[in-house]
Write a protein that binds this ligand. Structure first.
Ligand code: UTP
Length: 303
């Protein structure tokens, strides 16, 4: 009887972030702040809460700011100590907790989410691993990944986070096929990438949290070989959804959809990002007062 624990997480951050241009021309999308903390830091904190100890970032040449964020900044720490800004000093030091390993790999070309994950194959070996897309920000009492890790302890099979999406948006998500009327968790019959509403098997869309068995890396590798064999100059992107669909019929694998508890914001879109900023701003002690006043229409109070 296997009893595997998830301790490795992949953070694919090598996308181009075209929906957020021009902000993402020189700055990584994942470094956009929600109030005062970058998206990637929320994601890392969620992973650590779930028991992850190895953080694997799939980056590219324009994402160096992410490495710097999780590295020590001696000059800043010296200054904060000297000026007795100890609260800030502690916050800065806590960004990279002890006993957590940060590993950075480069994806040379943006060949898709599936390809980004495949880049970590040699680091994952045969272990189960988590994938977190930092632009899906989830506010939850118990972190979404921690909820999923708890379920994984029981079922020891791949799990993907899903939520209800509006029917006119099924073509923006991977959509799962599951038995109707399940409450929290259900075994997948199938999954398809971005179907139109009339072809969607349900209204449950995949969001950016996965726990996957290492078998999926072999599947992705085979898909990659086939892409290369096809010899297309412009290779199509390697889709994670297609690999999950193949995983469903591979060896003894089962894949489960998990409806998490929490509120999710699509921070890869401008509207989702602004909504997240309002949501977190209304909870932030330095911001909530003024923001509340503005939202109640008492703008004059501020001037
Ligand atoms: P998205 O589909 O959101 O693409 O990728 P994107 O490039 O980040 O943003 P848009 O759509 O152009 O605005 C989903 C996740 O997969 C990563 C992205 O960084 C994001 O976390 N990704 C995507 C890679 O790491 N490599 C890729 O080749 C593609």
């Amino acid at each position: 009887m296997k009893n595997k624990k998830v301790t490795k997480a992949i953070f694919p951050v090598a996308g181009l972030g075209t929906r957020f241009l021009p902000a993402t021309k020189a700055n990584p999308k994942e470094m956009l702040p929600i109030v005062d903390k970058p998206l990637i830091q929320y994601a890392v904190e969620e992973a650590i809460e779930a028991g992850i100890t190895d953080l694997i970032f799939i980056t590219n040449h324009s994402k160096r700011a992410i490495e710097d964020h999780f590295d020590t900044n001696f000059e800043l720490e010296y200054h904060l100590e000297k000026t007795q800004k100890l609260d800030l000093l502690n916050q800065v030091k806590a960004i990279h907790p002890d006993k957590i390993n940060c590993i950075y790999l480069r994806q040379a070309q943006p060949l898709g989410l599936g390809h980004a994950i495949l880049c970590a194959k040699s680091l994952i070996g045969s272990d189960p691993f988590a994938v977190i897309l930092a632009d899906d920000l989830i506010d939850a009492k118990q972190g979404c990944l921690s909820q999923m890790a708890q379920v994984y302890q029981e079922i020891q099979q791949s799990i993907i986070a899903v939520e209800k999406v509006p029917l006119n948006k099924t073509n923006q998500y991977g959509i799962i096929s599951v038995p109707e009327n399940f409450s929290r968790i259900a075994k997948l019959n199938g999954i398809i990438e971005k179907p139109e509403a009339n072809k969607a098997p349900s209204d449950l869309g995949v969001v950016g949290r996965y726990i996957l068995e290492a078998d999926i890396l072999d599947i992705l590798q085979n898909m990659m070989k086939q892409h290369e064999k096809s010899g297309l100059a412009n290779k199509p992107e390697l889709q994670l959804t297609d690999a999950i669909s193949k995983l469903l019929t591979h060896n003894q694998n089962e894949v489960y959809g998990y409806r998490f508890e929490g509120k999710r914001f699509d921070c890869g879109s401008k509207a989702g990002y602004v909504l997240a900023t309002l949501h977190y701003g209304l909870k932030h002690p330095e911001v909530m007062g003024e923001l509340n006043a503005v939202l109640k229409g008492n703008i004059l109070e501020l001037t």
